[in-house]
Design a protein around this ligand. Structure first.
Ligand code: CP
Length: 307
C-alpha cells in the first residue's frame, strides 16, 4: 500500500509531481461542476483524534469531489471513549475494507504505527509535533502560485517552532526545494538542537524578517505546552506579534501566511490577517486541491491502474 506519512519520505521530484497534480485539481475545484469520478467505488475514512476545522473538512470535500464514499469517524462519540486502543480501532476499521484512512493523532508516530496495522493507504493529517505533510504541500502550492516559483525564495517561519508539526514539515519541504529558511522565536519556543538543522535561527523578529519573501506565522500551541515556558499573550504580541511595523522589514511584495487556527491579537494583528498581503484564505482553498491530488496519487484508479 502507498501512504503519505511524512514530507521527510518524499524526494524533490515527488513533491513537484504532487504540486503539479494539485494545480490541476484547483482547476477542477473552480469549475461549476466541481467533481471527478476517479475515486468512484472507493471508501475513505477520516479518523481524527484531535480537533480540526480545515484539514478534516477539506479531506472530506476532496474525497467527495473525486467521487469517493467518505465516512467521518467521530472519535469523541466512538468506542475510543470507552477505552478501545488505537490498534484495536485500526483493526476494526480495517475489517470494513476502506481504501484509505486519513488520520490525525496527538502522538508523534501514531499514524505510522496505524499504517502498519491496516491493509489500505494511510494519510497523515497531523501526528503530534512530528509532521503535517499535506499542510506543507498546500503551503508550497500557495507560495508557488503567488511567487511563480519556490526555489530561491527566503521564507521566515515565526512563532512556536518547538512543537509545531507545520514548521517541521515546512522546513523539510522547503529545504528539499532549495529555499532559504529562517525560524524566528523566543529561545523557549525553539526546539533543542535547532542549530543542527539547515535553517537560520533568529530570536529578534525585526532582524529575522529582513528582506524575506514569505512570512509564515504560527500560533502558540498551548495544548502541547506542558513543561514549557509560554510567554504571556501581551508580552508575546509585543515582541513576536506580526504588525505593520515588523512586517515593514520584509520585502515590499512579501506574502503573509498562517496555517490556522489564528489567534488574532496574539501572533498576528487582525489588520494584517485581513490585509492585502495575507494569503490565508488561499491556503485554505489550496488545501482542498492538495488533498484531492494526494488521494488521487495514492489510490489506484477504478480501472485498476495507478492514478
Ligand atoms: N492547519 C490545520 O491543520 O488546521 P486544522 O487544525 O483546523 O485542521
Amino acid at each position: 500500500q502507498r501512504h503519505l506519512l511524512a514530507i521527510g519520505d518524499l524526494e524533490q521530484h515527488e513533491i513537484i509531481d504532487l504540486l503539479d497534480r494539485s494545480e490541476a485539481m484547483v482547476a477542477v475545484s473552480r469549475q461549476q461542476r466541481k467533481s471527478l469520478s476517479t475515486l468512484s467505488g472507493k471508501t475513505q475514512i477520516n479518523l481524527f483524534f484531535e480537533n480540526s476545522t480545515r484539514t478534516q473538512s477539506s479531506f472530506e470535500i476532496a474525497g467527495k469531489r473525486l467521487g469517493a464514499l467518505v465516512v467521518n469517524m467521530s472519535v469523541k462519540t466512538s468506542s475510543v471513549a470507552k477505552g478501545e486502543t488505537l490498534i484495536d480501532t485500526a483493526a476494526t476499521l480495517n475489517a470494513m475494507r476502506p481504501d484509505v484512512i486519513v488520520v490525525r493523532h496527538g502522538a508523534a508516530g501514531a499514524v505510522e504505527l496505524l499504517s502498519q496495522k491496516v491493509g489500505c493507504s494511510v494519510i497523515n493529517a497531523g501526528d503530534g509535533g512530528h509532521e503535517h505533510p499535506t499542510q506543507a504541500l498546500l503551503d508550497a502550492l500557495t507560495i508557488r502560485r503567488h511567487k511563480g516559483r519556490i526555489s530561491g525564495l527566503t521564507v521566515a517561519i515565526c512563532g512556536d517552532i518547538a512543537n509545531s508539526r507545520v514548521a517541521r514539515s515546512n522546513l523539510l519541504l522547503l529545504g528539499a526545494m532549495n529555499v532559504r529558511t529562517r525560524v524566528i522565536a523566543p529561545r523557549t519556543l525553539l526546539p533543542v538542537g535547532i542549530e543542527n538543522l539547515a535553517t537560520e535561527v533568529y530570536t529578534d523578529m525585526n532582524e529575522g524578517l529582513r528582506d524575506v519573501d514569505v512570512v509564515m506565522m504560527l500560533r502558540l500551541q498551548h495544548e502541547r505546552a506542558s513543561g514549557r515556558l509560554i510567554p504571556s499573550t501581551r508580552e508575546y504580541y509585543r515582541f513576536y506579534g506580526l504588525d505593520e511595523e515588523k512586517l515593514a522589514n520584509a520585502k515590499p511584495d512579501a506574502i503573509v501566511m498562517h496555517p490556522g487556527p489564528m489567534n488574532r491579537g496574539v501572533e498576528i494583528d487582525p489588520a494584517i490577517a485581513d490585509g492585502p498581503r495575507s494569503v490565508i484564505n488561499d491556503q485554505v482553498e489550496m488545501g482542498v486541491a492538495v488533498r484531492m491530488a494526494v488521494l488521487d496519487a495514492l489510490l489506484p484508479d477504478s480501472e485498476g491502474g495507478q492514478a
